[in-house]
Ligand binder design. Structure first.
Ligand code: FAD
Length: 408
């Protein structure tokens, strides 16, 4: 087990500087254009693929870094560049992780390369779990997957919503109900291969922020996928369902806690994205406050402005520490006895919202225009308290973990 450290080693510093260079030279200059276009920035993804940032290998290397700092460091730098473009670059990873976590070696080898494509023909993937009536309440999911034994095929029907890359993805990973009695324990994940009949894009959302990232509904109408597209395989599913039925009979609480642990481990990565956006806005505000003069002196000469900047930086550093602690715990198999993963996501997302609002204020009228990037960063930051579990859901998880009570 690696000791917890706040010091990046030489190799990590090299990767960080390389990512920062890409974020500064390629992502940041393209940010305003793709925000206005509200389209997937394919040329930037292609650039990222060419240099090796858009690939499973890169994320796997960061993920298996025993210090736990690889992923948060990478996310912070890319999202410092621009949140919408960075999400377009890392969004495929969400689907890839779904396959890595639940798939067989054969499924991983078959589908993950098709999620990324290659530098000359980049592809993206989508992870489709949320539904119009099942957002925070995942157990209300309605999309059904029914097994057609005669043909060894699964038939999927339902509507997914809010899917990052939904409808434009080469490969969709779809979560569906296979046993209606078991709540979220009766769910399973399926690969929907490229060009499968019955899968279509519904509404594409026009969003407040992260507008370079494509978000859409995905409609599934009698979508037939081979039995081999059930992640983990049928035998494993049947065993898991049998265990879940036993546990449900015995009371169910252990089952809930196991599911919680999985989410706890992935939340710090979203916290790191929020730290990246917050740091970007803080840096713009600090520079501006030092150069903008009113009443014959730089505005930072007023404590009212200087203290805001002091608070902004303090919160950002605190957020990063929570994120790094949780990431270190996750990779080293430490138990999240106080929901430290949720804590890091909650604090970092709220920090990004507050800090970007303060940055707009410090830039005054300029902060309110699209001439300066803090306006965009402020819109982008609002997503962090919503996706991958809202702030309220993080508080719920923390409170339940601390108290052991079924707080509702
Ligand atoms: C840009 C974007 C990209 C996304 N990408 C994906 C994706 O790729 N794949 C995917 O599957 N999903 C994705 N999502 C969905 C996202 O995870 C959900 O939006 C989120 O989980 C919240 O669900 P909801 O929108 O239905 O809100 P709701 O669950 O309806 O919540 C509405 C409000 O009620 C509050 N609330 C709900 N329940 C409680 C409670 N018990 N206690 C206190 N407050 C409560 C919430 O905190 C929130 O403030 C994305 C969403 C967005 C906006």
């Amino acid at each position: 087990m690696a000791e917890f450290t706040m010091e990046l080693n030489d190799e990590q510093k090299e990767v960080r500087d390389w990512l920062h260079g890409f974020a500064a030279d390629v992502i940041r200059p393209a940010a305003a254009e793709w925000d206005e276009r509200e389209e997937t920035p394919w040329p930037v993804i292609q650039e990222a693929a060419k240099v090796g940032i858009y690939s499973l290998d890169f994320y796997a290397q960061q993920y298996f870094d025993p210090t736990g700092l690889g992923i948060p460091m990478a996310m912070e730098e890319l999202f410092w560049g621009d949140a919408g473009i960075a999400l377009s670059i890392v969004g495929t990873g969400l689907a890839a992780v779904g396959v890595l976590a639940n798939g067989t070696e054969e499924q991983i080898g078959t589908w993950i390369p098709q999620m990324y494509g290659d530098a000359n023909d980049v592809k993206v993937a989508a992870f489709c779990s949320s539904e119009p009536d099942a957002g925070s309440d995942v157990a209300s999911m309605r999309t059904r997957a029914v097994y057609d034994e005669a043909k060894d095929e699964w038939v999927l029907n339902g509507t997914k919503t809010w899917a990052t890359n939904g409808g434009i993805a080469n490969v969709h990973v779809v979560v569906a109900v296979v046993d209606t009695e078991l709540g979220s324990k009766g769910h399973a994940s399926f690969i929907v291969p490229p060009n499968t009949p019955g899968l279509s894009q519904g509404q594409k959302f026009k969003k407040h922020g992260i507008r370079a990232s494509h978000t859409a509904e995905v409609v599934l109408e009698d979508v037939r996928v081979p039995g081999s597209c059930l992640l983990g395989g049928k035998e494993k599913l049947d065993e898991r369902l049998a265990r879940a039925r036993e546990r449900a009979k015995a009371g169910g609480e252990r089952v809930k806690n196991a599911a919680m642990a999985t989410f706890e481990a992935s939340r710090p990565a979203v916290g790191a994205m929020a730290v990246g956006t917050a740091r970007a806005a803080y840096e713009v505000a600090l520079d501006y406050a030092k150069t903008r003069e009113q009443f014959g002196r730089p505005i930072i000469d007023n404590q009212g402005v200087a203290f805001q900047l002091a608070d902004m930086r303090t919160s950002i550093d605190a957020a990063r520490l929570l994120v790094w602690r949780a990431s270190w715990m996750a990779i080293n198999g430490k138990q999240f006895t106080a929901a430290e993963g949720s804590m890091s996501k909650l604090f970092a997302s709220e920090t990004a919202k507050t800090v970007t609002a303060q940055a707009v204020q410090i830039l005054g009228g300029n902060g309110y225009t699209r001439e300066y990037p803090v306006e965009r960063m402020h819109r982008d930051a609002a997503i962090y308290t919503i996706f991958e579990g809202t702030s309220e859901i993080q508080r719920l998880v923390i409170a339940r973990t601390l108290s052991g009570m079924p707080i509702r």
